[in-house]
Design a protein around this ligand. Structure first.
Ligand code: G16
Length: 562
């Protein structure tokens, strides 16, 4: 007798709209609202054509956070009842976001479901998230996430095999009979090996091994922040490339990330920053919960801004064997990311694309053979080897540059600024602001910006004055499929190229997060080593004045400054 399929009546929820990267909500929202997770999982599977499902492989993995295991059982039960033939699941559910992308591509899967809220805190009072990736391995594009949302708003029932239980701790294949469908095959895999195999084909592992464990090796410190990337770091960097076991810390994934924000920035990865300040380590990096973000530090805590990181990788791209083989098809950055990459693209005569925030926008360009390397200010760096940003890839990219250039991180960055000039960049985050107040602030600012007299206006702070050249709400037309994405962030661009950008985050789970980004280019070699916060203070002041952020939100300071 096969597993029985039950059709369960449900009521639709109106708030299951995927954000920048999947549906992210408090764990309590998933736990306390009846069938909340079931509804969304059914909505995802419903976008796969029924005829396709009986031949389909679906990859399932997550970052180990609280509620992941329950969600995996639900996915198995709902996938089985909807006729999905083959599920590939990480052992104990563990599969980093880049590894899911890698495995989807390798298995030629129809797509994958990633259980993560990325850098958001975990645990019973933290966040949970469900995200759908397509057969390219990349996040579902907006057209598809809109379709999932539409289905979720009208859902009246879902199908489930309530008795079906899978042991996700045991590597290997399990087969389950399911009424009226072919048997379901559930394959539990060690995703670390599949991912490691991919990296071996991208980097020169012999050179990296020499750098990390040879006679003149450097000392590194990698902080997995109790996220999913720990086992990958241990296996690849420590066991395979020979870095000492204690060079990787917080490598055991925990359901609540040890009570911390698994967010690799200067605030939430303060432990790493402090450890680096001691001067014992030459290179440091931290990762987020699902292993796609990275923060790179040099000796004494020298901070590599993510916008600079992708620019430096671009300028040294021949250090990475993969690009020697594939060539460099093009570069891309998200709109709020600083123009540092543009300077490299111009100097090296490479095509540069400016996309909205969200890794999904890079996928089409990569699939069309237009893009090789891209990055975002939000600590995301990656290439067309997969369709997600990739934290450990970024670290090995940096280590490849160190191995080739035999210079420190700081020397490489300073040399870079000498050559290309420096884009000073900062981001202010105001987290969990009252949603109505945040929306009103953005709306009022847009009204001010769209007044005809705003263009040409001089905005002043102290003795600094900037003339408005462009004021708009960023819109993007995808050069591959012509799709248009509007309202992607308010931009004030000044006549010297400096930019002030405001947008609301699409990854928060409570209230609104306002992001303020400032980007300003400086080519005078005497000024390029200054502190970004000092250099950008007048523009920050102007941004706060023109937006009346403090008055309208009651916030006197940001939660995080990058
Ligand atoms: C996601 C997206 C990124 C985006 C980031 C920040 O990252 O994949 O492309 O830059 O969110 O988005 P927002 O500014 O809307 O919060 P992750 O690591 O959270 O999946």
């Amino acid at each position: 007798m096969g597993n029985k399929i039950t059709a369960v009546k449900t009521r639709p929820y109106a708030d299951q709209k995927p954000g920048t990267s999947g549906l992210r909500k408090r764990v309590t929202v998933f736990q306390q609202n009846q069938h909340y997770a079931e509804n969304f999982i059914q909505s995802i599977i419903s976008v796969i054509e029924p005829a396709e499902r009986q031949a389909a492989t679906l990859v399932v993995g997550g970052d180990g956070r609280f509620f992941m295991k329950e969600a995996i059982q639900l996915i198995v039960q709902i996938a089985a009842a909807n006729g999905v033939n083959h599920l590939v699941i990480g052992q104990n559910g563990i599969m980093s976001t880049p590894a899911v992308s890698c495995v989807i591509r390798k298995m030629k899967a129809v797509g994958g479901i990633i259980l993560t809220a990325s850098h958001n805190p975990g645990g019973p009072n933290g966040d949970f998230g469900i995200k759908y990736n397509i057969s390219s391995g990349g996040p579902a594009p907006e057209g598809l996430t809109n379709k999932i949302f539409e289905i979720s708003k009208n859902l009246q029932e879902f199908h489930i095999c309530p008795e079906l239980k899978v042991d996700i701790s045991k590597i290997g294949k399990q087969t389950f009979e399911v009424d009226s469908f072919k048997p379901l095959i559930v394959e539990i895999v060690d995703s670390v090996e599949a991912y490691a195999e991919m990296l071996r084909g991208i980097f020169d592992f012999a050179a990296l091994k020499e750098l990390l464990s040879g006679a003149n090796h450097i000392n590194v410190r990698l902080d997995a922040m109790h996220g999913v990337v720990g086992p990958y770091v241990k296996k690849i960097v420590c066991e395979e490339l020979g870095s000492p076991a204690d060079s990787a810390v917080n490598c055991v994934p925990q359901e609540d990330f040890g009570g911390h924000h698994p967010d690799p920035n200067l605030t939430y990865a303060a432990d790493l920053v402090n450890a680096m300040k001691g001067g014992k380590y030459d290179f440091g990096a931290a990762f987020d919960g699902d292993g796609d973000r990275n923060m790179v530090l040099g000796k004494h805590g020298f901070f590599v801004n993510p916008s600079d990181s992708v620019a430096a990788i671009a300028a040294n791209i021949t250090s990475i064997p993969y690009f020697q083989k594939t060539g460099v098809k093009g570069l891309a950055r998200s709109m709020p990311t600083s123009g540092a990459l543009d300077n490299v693209a111009k100097a090296l005569q490479m095509q540069l694309y400016e996309t909205p925030t969200g890794w999904k926008f890079f996928g089409n360009l990569m699939d069309a053979g237009k893009l090789s390397l891209c990055g975002e200010e939000s600590f995301g760096t990656g290439s067309d080897h997969i369709r997600e940003k990739d934290g450990l890839w970024a670290v090995l990219a940096w280590l490849s540059i160190l191995a080739t250039r035999k210079q420190s991180v700081e020397e490489i960055m300073k040399d870079h600024w000498q050559k290309f000039g420096r884009n000073f960049f900062t981001r202010y985050d105001y987290e969990e602001v009252d949603s109505d107040a945040a929306n009103k602030m953005i709306k009022d600012l847009e009204t001010t910006m769209f007044e005809p007299s705003f263009i040409g206006k001089k905005l002043t702070s102290g003795d600094k004055s900037y003339e408005v050249a462009v004021a708009d709400n960023f819109a993007y037309t995808d050069p591959v499929d012509g799709s248009v994405s509007k309202n992607q962030g308010l931009r004030i661009i000044f006549s010297d190229g400096s930019r002030i950008i405001f947008r609301l985050s699409g990854t928060g789970s409570a209230g609104a997060t306002i992001r303020l980004y400032i980007d300003s280019y400086e080519k005078d070699p005497k000024k390029i080593y200054q502190d970004p916060q000092v250099m950008l203070a007048p523009l920050v002041d102007i941004a706060l004045k023109v937006s009346e952020l403090q008055e309208k939100t009651g916030r006197t300071g940001p939660t995080v400054i990058t």
